[in-house]
Design a protein around this ligand. Structure first.
Ligand code: HAM
Length: 437
């Protein structure tokens, strides 16, 4: 009978495995985010990976690329429409409203770390399942809070050892002043419609701010002279932004005023920012798309809480892409020290030896002596070979005889000298030997 060919199973397009050898990067980022985040007064929050589809339509915004074409949405058996979260902010705000946190002392500061899902065209630095860490400050409108987020983001990157990073910043105004800017933008672009790519022709109708985000060669000359949001800010937004820039100056944080920075999400008001790595020629670019790489971005979103059904509450935040940060760490040749290797290897022989050595393993662990073992291997030779490969200083050998005598052999791996010590003295003896250089 002809055998059916089984399709090779692979991770879905745009997803990948985080293999053990890469976990040191993840551990390090998790550690730095937690430690620094908590030093800056942020508390961890975890929200579900699935949420009501409506949350993102109302939160992220109906006209955004995310909602238009990137969401993994599905109907449950019960008939609800759920979506794998494409970003973290709407979920955090929903949790804030739903859990009645309005009654707590503000501003509230949260951080999160986890997977996000966007149905994007996979390429270097762009995945369909990717990871972000993010920070949100809810219930404060002061410019200093925007700056604190930028300061924290840079601090995290610095502690991860990254260099050559720059801040891109802009202000998008508020519902008072944005319409005038939007009108000016539409008027300007409408009269140049035939010079635009098909995508921008669509953007002109549904989301004119995104015209400034276009990377198509054809649209660049038009974009270069387009109206700038800063020229249309009302006095409140103007003063807010001025104050943000003054704080940055005070902190000696260099920034680039980027008039074309509009961000791809609908909820932003006032400050928006991104953090880009630099190459020698300017902003580092994605090899395939020639777009600048953004390690992360965010801004102020004073109307989102209200839009999602809460009381009017100003807020600001940012999120960073962990894959992109890891890729930069590797590119900049940074070494993250791996955890120290075990200094001791446990060798066992025979069933009795195996049983006794499991007990000994626990005892050594309790005494904070890091031990390696290969408990399933029967031969002493193969176990010692592994011990050698790991580079431990001592092997502890528990054979049938030692198990009966209540003793253990300590083998110095460098000299090969072996000594039998009573079982109840072994931990103490080992500690003594390990403390000697
Ligand atoms: P975002 O700009 O959409 O903002 O995403 C933030 C970062 O996530 C990006 O700068 C990038 O590093 C990473 N990222 C986004 N999409 C992908 C992808 N497909 N593959 C790999 N990395 C990706 C937000 O998500 C907002 N929630 C940020 C925010 C928080 N604003 C206010 N609070």
């Amino acid at each position: 009978m002809p055998r059916k060919k089984i399709k090779n199973l692979q991770a879905p397009r745009g997803t990948y495995d985080i293999l053990p050898e890469n976990q040191i990067y993840w551990d390090k980022i998790r550690r730095v985010v937690k430690e620094l985040g908590e030093d800056y007064g942020f508390l961890r929050i975890d929200t579900p990976i699935i949420e009501d589809t409506d949350l993102f339509i109302r939160g992220t915004g109906q006209t955004t690329d995310i909602v238009q074409k990137q969401m993994y949405s599905f109907k449950t058996l019960g008939g609800d429409s759920l979506t794998l979260r494409p970003e973290g902010t709407p979920g955090v705000i929903r949790a804030y409203i739903e859990n009645g946190m309005i009654n707590l002392l503000h501003p509230l500061k949260f951080y999160y770390f986890g997977p996000m899902f966007r149905y994007e065209h996979p390429q270097a630095g762009r995945y369909r399942q990717f990871y972000q860490f993010g920070f949100e400050t809810i219930g404060g409108q002061e410019p200093v809070l925007d700056v604190q987020l930028i300061q924290l983001f840079l601090h995290i990157l610095r502690d991860l050892g990254l260099k050559k990073i720059n801040v891109q910043i802009n202000s998008l105004g508020c519902p008072e002043c944005r319409p005038a800017f939007r009108r000016a933008l539409v008027d300007y672009y409408r009269s140049r419609k035939n010079k635009l790519c098909p995508n921008c022709q669509k953007r002109l109708k549904i989301n004119p701010l995104r015209l400034l985000d276009c990377k198509e060669e054809k649209c660049q000359p038009v974009k270069a002279s387009a109206p700038m949001s800063l020229d249309y800010l009302c006095s409140q937004c103007h003063n807010h932004f001025k104050s943000v820039l003054e704080f940055l100056d005070e902190l000696e944080i260099p920034y680039f005023l980027n008039h074309q920075l509009v961000r791809g999400l609908d909820y932003y008001t006032k400050t928006v920012f991104e953090v880009w790595p630099e190459s020698n020629q300017g902003p580092a670019e994605n090899q395939d798309t020639k777009e600048p790489i953004s390690l992360g971005g965010g801004g102020r979103y004073d109307n989102l809480v209200k839009r999602l059904g809460g009381k009017p509450t100003p807020a600001a935040g940012f999120a960073a892409g962990i894959e992109r940060i890891i890729s930069l760490i590797k590119q900049q040749g940074m070494k993250i020290p791996s955890k120290s290797n075990p200094k001791v290897f446990l060798v066992q022989l025979g069933e009795l030896g195996q049983r006794k050595s499991m007990k000994l393993f626990e005892e050594l662990h309790k005494a904070e002596i890091k031990v390696a073992e290969s408990i399933s291997k029967p031969s002493i030779k193969s176990q010692l070979k592994i011990a050698d490969k790991i580079g431990v200083r001592f092997s502890l050998i528990v054979g049938q005889q030692e198990a009966l005598d209540r003793s253990v052999i300590i083998r110095d791996m460098q000299s090969g000298v072996q000594e039998t010590v009573p079982r109840d003295k072994v931990v103490k003896e080992l500690k003594k030997r390990l403390s000697k250089k």
